[in-house]
Design a binder for this molecule. Structure first.
Ligand code: SAM
Length: 283
C-alpha cells in the first residue's frame, strides 16, 4: 500500500467527491429515521495542507484553494465550505481565510450526522487508521476498524438502521479495481438492496469508463446515476483528467440538485474551460 491521501487532499477530485457527498447526506437527512454511513476507504479523516505531502504535490491548489476564493458560490457549495471552515476552526482556531486543514469524508459526515445516526469507518493503512482513531476518540456514534473496505461491506451490511449511505472510495492501486467493484456489487446489493451507494472513480480515458458503465448496466438492477467532472480533455495521457461518482439508488431529484451547482464547479475548477461535466441516469 503506497497510496497516501495527504498528497491529494483538497484536490479537484476531493472537492467534487465531497460536494456530492454533502448533497447525498442532505437528501437522506430529510427523514428523521436513523441512517448508517459506511465509509469503506476512510483515509485519515483530515489533512494538514502545510505538511510535506500536500506541499510537495500542491494538489489542493486545483480544488479547495480555488473554490475558497470564490465570492458567491451556490448554496450547496457554501455548506461544503462550512465543513472546511469548521475543521480549521476546530484544529487551529483559524478560519477558511487561512486555509490549513482539509476534512476527509469522515470529518465532513461528522458535521451532518445526528444523534440517532451511526458511522462505520474502515481503513487499511495503519498510520491513517491511527490518526482517524484519535480524531474520533470518544465519539460514541462512530466505530473505526483497521480492515479491508471490501471485507467491511460483508461485515457491516445490512446495517441495523436499514437506511444507509455507503461511500466506496478506493485508491485504485489494484489492477482492474473498477472491474472488481462491479463484480462484487451484485452480492453487496443482495445483502442490502436499498442502500445508497456512492462509488468514486478516476477518469483517465473514456474507453475505460464506457466499460465501467456497461458493467454497471449489466450487473445492477437498481436505479443508477452517474455524475462526472473533468478539468482536462478526457483522453489526455498527461494527467488525471477527471473523476466521477456512480450513485446506486440515488435520492429523489438528486440529478436536479447536482445540476444546480455542477456547472459552477466546472467553471471554477476546469483548466482553461477544458473537460466537461455531466449527470446521467444509467439504469
Ligand atoms: N474517503 C477518503 C476521503 O474522501 O477523505 C479518502 C480515501 S483515499 C482515496 C483511499 C484510502 O483507502 C487511503 O487512505 C488508503 O490507505 C485506504 N486503503 C487502501 N486500500 C484499502 C483497503 N483495501 N481497505 C480499506 N482502505 C484501504
Amino acid at each position: 500500500m503506497n497510496y497516501r491521501h495527504g498528497y491529494h487532499a483538497g484536490s479537484f477530485t476531493d472537492a467534487f467527491k465531497h460536494v456530492i457527498l454533502v448533497s447525498l447526506i442532505k437528501s437522506l437527512l430529510h427523514k428523521d429515521t436513523a441512517i448508517c454511513y459506511l465509509d469503506t476507504h476512510a483515509g485519515a479523516g483530515y489533512y494538514d495542507l502545510l505538511a510535506e505531502a500536500a506541499q510537495k504535490s500542491k494538489e489542493f491548489e486545483t480544488g479547495i484553494a480555488k473554490i475558497a476564493h470564490e465570492k458567491d458560490p451556490p448554496s450547496l457549495i457554501k455548506q461544503y465550505l462550512s465543513c472546511v471552515q469548521r475543521i480549521n476552526t476546530r484544529l487551529s482556531g483559524s478560519t477558511i481565510s487561512s486555509l490549513r486543514y482539509y476534512p476527509g469524508s469522515p470529518s465532513i459526515m461528522r458535521y451532518f450526522l445526528r444523534a440517532q445516526d451511526h458511522m462505520i469507518l474502515t481503513e487499511l493503512h495503519p498510520q491513517e487508521y491511527q490518526v482517524l482513531k484519535s480524531d474520533f476518540a470518544g465519539n460514541k456514534h462512530t466505530s473505526i476498524h483497521l480492515l479491508d473496505g471490501y471485507q467491511g461491506l460483508k461485515a457491516f451490511l445490512p446495517p441495523k438502521e436499514r437506511r444507509g449511505l455507503i461511500l466506496i472510495d478506493p485508491p485504485y492501486e489494484r489492477p482492474n479495481e473498477l472491474a472488481y467493484i462491479t463484480s462484487i456489487l451484485p452480492s453487496v446489493l443482495k445483502r442490502f438492496a436499498t442502500g445508497v451507494y456512492a462509488i468514486w472513480y478516476p477518469i483517465k480515458d473514456r474507453p475505460t469508463i464506457d466499460h465501467f458503465w456497461r458493467a454497471l448496466r449489466e450487473n445492477i438492477k437498481q436505479p443508477t446515476l452517474v455524475t462526472e467532472l473533468s478539468i482536462y480533455p478526457e483522453n489526455s495521457p498527461l494527467h488525471l483528467n477527471g473523476c466521477g461518482m456512480a450513485i446506486i439508488n440515488p435520492p429523489w431529484q438528486l440529478d436536479k440538485q447536482i445540476l444546480d451547482y455542477l456547472p459552477w464547479l466546472w467553471k471554477v475548477l476546469s483548466i482553461h474551460k477544458q473537460g466537461q461535466y455531466q449527470v446521467l441516469q444509467l439504469n
